[in-house]
Ligand binder design. Sequence first.
Ligand SMILES: [Zn+2]
Length: 454
Amino acid sequence: MDELAVALWEEPELGLHEEHSSKLLRETLEEAGFDIEAGVGGMPTAFVASYEAGEGPTIGILGEYDALPGLSQSVGSERDPIEAGAPGHGCGHNLFGTAGVGAAIAVSRALDRDDAGGEIRFYGCPAEETLVGKTFMARAGVFDDLDAAITWHPSDHTAPQRGGSLALDSLAFHFEGESAHAAASPESGRSALDGVQLLNTGVEYMREHVPESVRIHYNVENGGDAPNVVPAEASVWYFVRAPTREGVERVTEWLREIADGAAAMSRTEVSERYYTGCHRLVSNGAICDTFRENMAELGEVEFDEAEHELAGELQETFPEGALADRLAEFEPPHAEAADGATLYSTPMDAFDEGDPGGGSTDVGDVSQITPTAQFRATTWALGTPAHSWQAVVANGDFGRTALPYVAKLLAGSALDLLTDEARLAAAREEFEQHVDGYETPLPEGTEPPFDLTQ
Ligand SMILES: [Zn+2]
C-alpha cells in the first residue's frame, strides 16, 4: 500500500484525467483476483472491481484518487512547489484510494477463508473535487445492487462522520454579444461582460430572499480580453448549495430567470452549461456505530518521533488561532487531551451529529441509493486545513503511516456488515426512514465535463 500511495502522490492528476492513478489501482486489484469493469459512467478513469465468494450481501468500498490544481509541494516545512502551478494531493486522495484497495483485498482473502460469504467491491471514483465521479456513476446504476457502502477521508482526527453535506448544482452561463471598439464605436457593441455583471448583481439581490442555509458562489471564467474591446464572450460559473435537492433546484430556477433577465438588459444571448450536481449526504448511524466499534478495537496510529517533529513544524506555519479554533470543536476529554498534540489519533465520537454541513460531496448520491457512511482518520497534523500545501506534505509523508490502520478499519467494518445480518438490517431500516428513491440531479443528456479542472 505504501508504494502505491507514493506512486499516486508523485504523479498527481486532476479529475477525469487520473489515467495513471486509476490504472495502478486497477492493476493491483486485478492481480488480487478482482473482476474489473473499467470506464463506467462514460468516464475512462472510473471503474468497479468486484470479488465474490459464496452467498451473502454485497458491500462497496468507495475510493478517490484525484488531485487539486496548483498545489504542487515537496515534503518539508515550508511552501516549496515541486513544479510551480502543477497539481498536488492536497486532499489526501492518494491515501484515500490506496487504503480502500488494501481493505478490499483484505476482505477478499477473508471471503476465501470462508470467514464470510458475499461480494466485496471497490469503486474507483474519479473527479471528487469537481463533484462529478459518483454522480455520473450513480446515473449509470453501478451502486443500485449494493447492500451498503463505506468510505473514509484523510483528516486531522479520527471519528465517524455523522453530519451531512449540502446538495449542489454546478453550472455556467455563457453570454454572447457583439465586439466593437470600446471608445470609438461602443454603440455598435453589445457587452457579454455586462450580461455577466447584471446576472451577478441580480443574484446579490436574490440572496437576501432565499433561506439562510442556501450558499451561492460564483467566479468569472471569462470576462473578455482587453478594456478597449467590448467583450463579445463572457461566462460565469455558479455553485448553488442547499440542505435539500429541492431547495437547490428552486434557487437554480430563479438563477436561470435572472440570467435571462440579464441577457435582455444587455441585449446579449445567454446559454447554460450544466456541469454537475449532487444530493445531500445521509450518513447511516448503524454503519457509523460499526466504525466506532472497530476504532475502539484498533486504538491509535503509532507515529514516530520524526513524524511528530515534521507535524509540529507544519503547525507553526498555520494562521494564528487556527489550532485553538480546531480544539474548540473537539468535545471533552479530547479538547484537553489534544491540546499541544502534533498528531492526534485517539478515536473520538463524531462532533458533527445533526450538522447539515457546509460543503458538498458526491458521496451524497451514493447515500441516496444504499446505506452509506464514512469516517475520518488521522493522517494530517492537528489543525491542518484540507486543500492546503501542509496537507500535501502530510499525504506524501507521515500520512502514509496511517494506511494499515485505515485499511484494517475499513476491512473490519466491511466484514461486520457481511457477517452480521442484524447490523445490516438495522442500517437498511434506518436508510429507508430517511431516503425515498434516487433521482439523478443531472439534466438529460449531461456529459461528464472533461474540461473542468478545479
Ligand atoms: Zn477530499
